[in-house]
Design a protein around this ligand. Structure first.
Ligand code: HEM
Length: 400
């Protein structure tokens, strides 16, 4: 079979991307495209790519950086942790891990629970004015992770909206194709974002607190520290990775639950545990559709030879619905047998925030179910895809 004439960018306007990815997979789990990209849609192949010692991330960052003028946006791409390879990657990841400890994540749970409760109280108090319907994305699912990552990093809560706007403006840079207007806005936003973060770093260096940024400023392993460009890129990455995908996980997942009222009821009455349900959110509503890699040598994935220098898109969303590992893969079935979802990737770049994201999603889902056992969707949501990130535009619901 020759290369497939398919544009992965077309998924952004595809009403049913999962059906399209299943169609791509039906011709093989690892396939070349006419554009020179390779796409991986099978579970076994995705695991092989993500743990292969001759598969690189840095060339992906280099391509993104090369499209940008010198400045903050380019620095951010060049130093972004998920685009680093050894020896930089283990050094930077090791330093972040000393600051971003499981203890720090565990300790934040009561704060997350309290924040979720306060936000739901606020919505309830305004329900009359909101005409009985509320956008749970804007009013809740965005607020919780953005407050949590601000609190963890030690970003003043009043600066949150500004930083969210910067990070949203920078995010199109992670697309294969960037609209020229978005590019100009992203470059400008990255300058402002880094200027803000540099001032915050200076402040923490003079007056260290009990926050993650202070810990990152002093993190040291084997006499190594993070350079200023690394620290700025990492903080910007943590800020954006810390809220967008978690928001999308919860809203995409709630949209799937509310599509069929019986599903929502099963979580409310405990037939489906919150943990299993969030696991199924991750598997079926994967917020990061794909990750990108480049082969450094001739490789073989799931029996298919891929030449050196090939850009490879690993579709986590498709691997999660591979019928070779999940029976009835499109069914929403919390507690099902089978491997853990690959939504946080796998191997050296496995998501550093996975435990935090699961914790936040579980607290948010449990809080909503407890507060509104008869919650209903008020409209069928529309979806967007920006770069690899897929989510609903808003989640209009009727709390009851
Ligand atoms: C549902 C929520 C989340 C999803 C689906 C998600 C997904 C991912 C994925 C797929 C990767 C791998 C990227 C690659 O291999 O190229 C990744 C890496 C990463 N994530 Fe997350 N993430 C989530 C939440 C978070 C949170 C809450 C944080 C931090 C507070 C975070 C921080 C990071 C960082 C720093 C990396 C880079 C790790 C490395 O390259 O070594 N993520 N995430």
């Amino acid at each position: 079979m020759g290369p497939l004439d398919w544009d992965p960018g077309s998924l952004a306007v595809d009403p049913d991307p999962h059906a399209t990815l299943a169609w791509v997979r039906s011709g093989g789990s690892v396939r070349p495209l006419t554009s020179s990209f390779w796409v991986v849609t099978g579970h076994a192949a995705a695991l092989e790519v993500l743990r292969h010692p001759d598969v690189r991330s840095a060339p992906v960052g280099d391509v993104y950086a090369s499209l940008l003028p010198p400045g903050a946006a380019r620095d951010e791409m060049a130093h972004r942790i998920n685009f680093l390879d050894p020896p930089d990657h283990p050094r930077v990841r090791g330093l972040v891990s000393t600051a971003f400890t499981p203890r720090r994540v565990h300790a934040v749970r009561p704060w997350v629970e309290d924040t979720a409760r306060r936000l739901l109280d606020g919505i309830e108090a305004r329900l009359d004015r909101l005409d009985g319907t509320v956008d749970l994305l804007a009013e809740f699912a965005h607020q919780v992770p953005s407050l949590v990552i601000s609190e963890l990093l030690g970003v003043p809560a009043e600066d949150r909206d500004e930083l969210t706007a910067f990070s949203d403006a920078v995010s199109p840079l992670l697309s294969v194709r960037v609209d020229p207007d978005d590019l100009a806005a992203a470059v400008a936003a990255a300058e402002s974002f880094h200027r803000y973060l540099a001032a915050l770093v200076e402040d923490r260096r003079e007056r260290p607190g009990d926050d993650l940024l202070s810990a990152l400023c002093v993190a040291e392993e084997h006499g190594e520290r993070l350079s200023m460009p690394e620290l700025l890129s990492l903080t910007a990455t943590l800020y954006s990775a810390g809220h967008r995908t978690t928001r999308d996980l919860v809203t995409n997942g709630l949209a799937a639950l509310l599509e069929d009222p019986d599903r929502y009821r099963r979580v409310v009455d405990g037939s489906w545990s919150v943990t299993d349900t969030v696991g199924e959110f991750l598997r079926t509503q994967t917020p990061t559709l794909y990750v990108a890699r480049v082969t450094a040598t001739d490789c073989e994935f799931d029996g298919t030879a891929v030449p050196a220098g090939a850009p490879v898109l690993v579709f986590l969303a498709a691997a999660n619905r591979d019928p070779a590992v999940h029976a009835e893969p499109d069914e929403f079935a919390p507690g099902r047998d089978g491997p853990q979802p690959l939504s946080f990737a796998f191997g050296a770049h496995y998501c550093l925030g996975a435990n935090l994201a699961r914790l936040e999603a579980e607290v948010m889902l449990a809080s909503v179910c407890e507060r509104w056992p008869d919650l209903e969707q008020a409209e069928v949501p529309t979806w967007h895809q920006r770069g690899p990130f897929r989510g609903v535009d808003r989640l209009l619901v009727r709390p009851r």
